[in-house]
Unconditional design. Structure first.
Length: 353
């Protein structure tokens, strides 16, 4: 029986059309022997497949100066395929895995990630369910804290370092490497949940390990009452909005109108349930002027846009392409703020409802 190719990486990327200069969001799946791309994540059959044997990858790709984080895949028949990631780390993760897959094909090898499982064997006596209950013990377990990062407050959570420290102190493991493997198992089985961009990116495969032994990687127990609050960018006061979802990020951005193509300042509030980016009149008003549905969207940085006037000389632009292919162009105040918005929107688009 023929073995199905292993899925190495998958996620939304923006792909350039093969005939026209159009860029559309695609659900992209990297296999051991090729890349499949789908119009939507839920689709059963791909719109196309790119073979990796004899291919070469180019990154960074400067063929499209107005689009950032683009990489090019040239197949054996000398056809070029262009993909755009949302930010630098995501592009580099895709390029790294594609390069490794091509190298494995050329060398007749199986694709395999580096794993600590080869060098570390967990004791067979470890029971994840019992360990979870011990970790939640009010007296001797991991202390749930209120932590702040990137103008957000994470309630009832703890750091990756705290988890490993507790595992070591409770004699559940012999060293921190073994603790990393055990914590990754707890994460994969749902006993721990990632909170924040750093830990979520690792859990989605953008790091060498799914769990991070870091003080800025946050986690929480799934039944702990965890919630996140976003700070106002103006006065750092926590807003209590009458919406179901947690405020993930908020602040003012420039938004381009769909009809007149003019730019206006809008106050944006990003929530995770439902996955919407609402925008308001910054002068006041409780009712939103509109909302961008983020579930299944793609968000990328852009340097410029065709057929439109620049708002000023220092454009820090990014583009949201919704699941039904509506394009929204927004401008942040700095490149750092743009990256923060892109990562926050990308996170909500994957996990929000």
């Amino acid at each position: 029986m023929e073995r199905e190719p292993t899925r190495i990486r998958e996620g939304y990327l923006v792909k350039k059309g093969s005939m026209f200069n159009t860029w559309k969001p695609m659900w992209v799946v990297l296999l051991e022997d090729g890349i499949e791309f789908y119009k939507r994540k839920a689709d059963n059959s791909p719109k196309g497949m790119i073979p990796l044997k004899g291919s070469t990858i180019h990154s960074p790709c400067q063929d499209f100066g107005k689009r950032m984080f683009v990489f090019k895949l040239t197949v054996a028949k000398q056809q070029d395929h262009f993909f755009q990631a949302a930010y630098l780390e995501e592009r580099d993760a895709w390029v790294r895995d594609i390069k490794k897959a091509i190298h494995c094909i050329d060398g007749g090898q199986r694709f395999a990630r580096k794993s600590t499982r080869k060098s570390i064997r967990l004791p067979e006596t470890i029971n994840l369910s019992a360990l979870y209950l011990s970790m939640k013990d009010p007296e001797k377990g991991i202390k749930e804290l209120k932590l702040e990062k990137d103008k957000r407050v994470f309630n009832h959570c703890f750091t990756g370092t705290c988890v490993i420290d507790w595992l070591v102190s409770s004699s559940s493991i012999r060293n921190r490497k073994e603790g990393l493997l055990l914590a990754s198992s707890l994460l994969s089985e749902g006993y721990l949940q990632p909170a924040g961009d750093t830990s979520k990116a690792a859990a989605e495969g953008l790091s060498d390990t799914p769990f991070l032994d870091l003080s800025d990687a946050y986690y929480y127990f799934p039944d702990s009452g965890f919630f996140c609050e976003g700070y106002s960018s103006d006065d750092d006061v926590v807003l209590k909005e009458e919406f179901r979802g947690t405020i993930v990020k908020q602040g003012c951005l420039l938004k381009q109108g769909h009809r007149r193509k003019n730019w206006k300042v809008r106050k944006f509030i990003l929530r995770d349930d439902p996955a919407y980016l609402h925008y308001y009149d910054p002068a006041g008003g409780e009712e939103p002027l509109g909302a961008i549905h983020l579930r299944g969207c793609v968000v990328t940085a852009v340097e410029d846009m065709p057929d439109t006037k620049k708002y000023d000389a220092d454009n820090i632009l990014f583009e949201i392409i919704t699941a039904n292919e509506i394009h929204y162009y927004l401008q942040a105040a700095s490149s750092t703020e743009r990256t923060e918005w892109i990562k926050a929107i990308q996170s909500v688009s994957r996990t929000g409802k």
